[in-house]
Design a protein around this ligand. Structure first.
Ligand SMILES: C[S@@+](CC[C@H](N)C(=O)[O-])C[C@H]1O[C@@H](n2cnc3c(N)ncnc32)[C@H](O)[C@@H]1O
Length: 403
């Protein structure tokens, strides 16, 4: 079957129409003619993979990671050249935002783009397959673990250590599970957390300063410090933005906004260990309220920002207790599902002037933006951060202000 690809869907597949059906084709880019093999078909939707690219797009990376899209499922947009990533993200985001308010779509089209070099990951989850003695990412649509030799997203330091770790994990009889890693900014120190059932001793591994299990047994350090303008301590297993190169750009966005607008009272509703709140503090915010549901992350936020009011509770409870009252700026960086109905309604109803919404899911952003804009917010600008280079995921920050 031969297809002409019309656009790029959020998720990384090229989209074509043929015989009244919509085809979603992996490893295919807008403007390309490709031959494809069908993988699944359901109610007018066909999933397929590219067999041959007959007329390549100028977006196509001439030397993509040889394992991407076949052996390893870690990077589903490795076939887009670095210089065309912005175009690829904007195309797929605008598709996902088709039903969103026009002002949001216009801002995304005009968004400043912050690209990332390779070897950016300072946090991530690897899968451990003891029978194959492999640590890596899953293969596409499979639970087979692919090895990571030559990987372009992990740091060279961690990559070099993987074979020795696999050997030690095998000798320790560690069962299958997830191994979360956290590195410092230069990629020189690292901690590990094993997410799996294991009651034995976690082994000493080369290049690792601490290795913990989810039940709290382990050895060594439990947290690392990221040397940002205000140092940020992060416990292994807590959320922190995973791109070592773009932390500084996210920081500058928040610091600059707070400084330029003279925001004094800032509320961060999904604060993690306090990264964005710390940038607001550095931008001279005087009163910080930091909300975080995970107790471990909230404890770290308290240590990172001793002057802040830290509410260790769900955002839903915090807004119910009046956390938004008097805020000049509310930062919303929710998990992938976006705002819950309770938070969405509370934010829309509160008398707020400015909201900075950081999103990795355009469909949820579109849903939340509609409610906010119906409540009188307008989009001031959007910025696009290449936090997950090589994949279809991208981080979109949008500033909403009351009209
Ligand atoms: C995408 S992360 C953002 C963290 C932080 N803004 C940063 O840049 O590091 C989302 C955070 O929200 C927390 N979270 C998830 N659901 C929550 C809720 N209902 N209320 C408050 N925090 C929540 C998670 O534990 C996580 O730390």
């Amino acid at each position: 079957m031969e297809l002409e690809i019309k656009t790029l869907a959020f998720g990384g597949r090229g989209v074509a129409r043929q015989g009244g059906e919509v085809w979603f084709v992996s490893n295919a880019l807008p403007g390309e003619r490709v031959t494809v093999a069908e993988e699944r078909r359901r109610r007018g939707i066909v999933e397929a993979r590219t067999l041959e690219v007959l007329s390549p797009s100028p977006w196509r990376e001439p030397e993509p990671c040889p394992k991407a899209l076949g052996e390893c499922g870690g990077c589903d947009l490795a076939h887009v050249a670095a210089g065309f990533r912005e175009k690829a993200y904007k195309t797929s985001l605008l598709g996902a935002l088709r039903g969103a308010p026009e002002a949001l779509r216009t801002a995304v089209e005009a968004a400043a783009f912050f690209p990332s070099p390779w070897h950016y990951r300072l946090r991530g989850r690897l899968h451990w397959a003891p029978e194959a003695q492999v640590l890596g990412f899953y293969a596409p649509s499979s639970h087979r673990v692919a090895s990571l030799e030559g990987c372009r997203v992990l740091s060279p330091g961690t990559l070099a250590l993987l074979p020795a770790w696999a050997e030690s994990l095998k000798n320790a009889n560690l069962p299958a599970g997830e191994l979360e890693f956290l590195e410092d900014l230069p990629g020189e120190r690292r901690l590990l957390l094993f997410r799996g059932l294991f009651s034995g001793e976690l082994p000493r591994l080369p290049g690792v300063d601490g290795f913990w299990g989810i039940r709290g047994r382990g050895w060594g350090q439990r947290e690392l410090t990221l040397e940002l303008p205000l140092p940020l301590t992060v416990p292994v297993g807590s959320f922190v933005q995973g791109n070592r190169f773009l932390l500084a750009e996210l920081w500058r966005m928040v610091e600059g906004l707070v400084r330029e607008e003279g925001f004094s009272r800032v509320v961060d509703l999904y604060a993690g260990v306090g990264f964005l709140a710390a940038a607001a503090r550095f931008g001279e915010a005087q009163e910080l309220t930091v909300v975080e549901v995970s107790q471990r992350a909230a404890r770290a936020a308290r240590a990172n920002l001793p002057q802040a009011r830290v509410l260790s509770m769900p955002a839903e409870a915090a807004v119910g207790q009046g956390a938004l009252i008097g805020a000049d700026l509310v930062i919303l960086d929710p998990p992938r599902g976006g705002l819950s109905p309770a938070v969405r309604e509370a934010v829309a109803a509160a008398k707020l002037s400015s909201l900075l919404y950081v999103s990795c899911d355009p469909a949820c952003l579109a849903r939340d933006a509609k409610v906010l804009m119906d409540a009188g917010f307008a989009v001031r600008w959007a910025k696009l951060f290449d936090l997950f280079a090589g994949t279809h995921h991208v981080e979109l920050a949008v500033l909403f202000q009351q009209t």
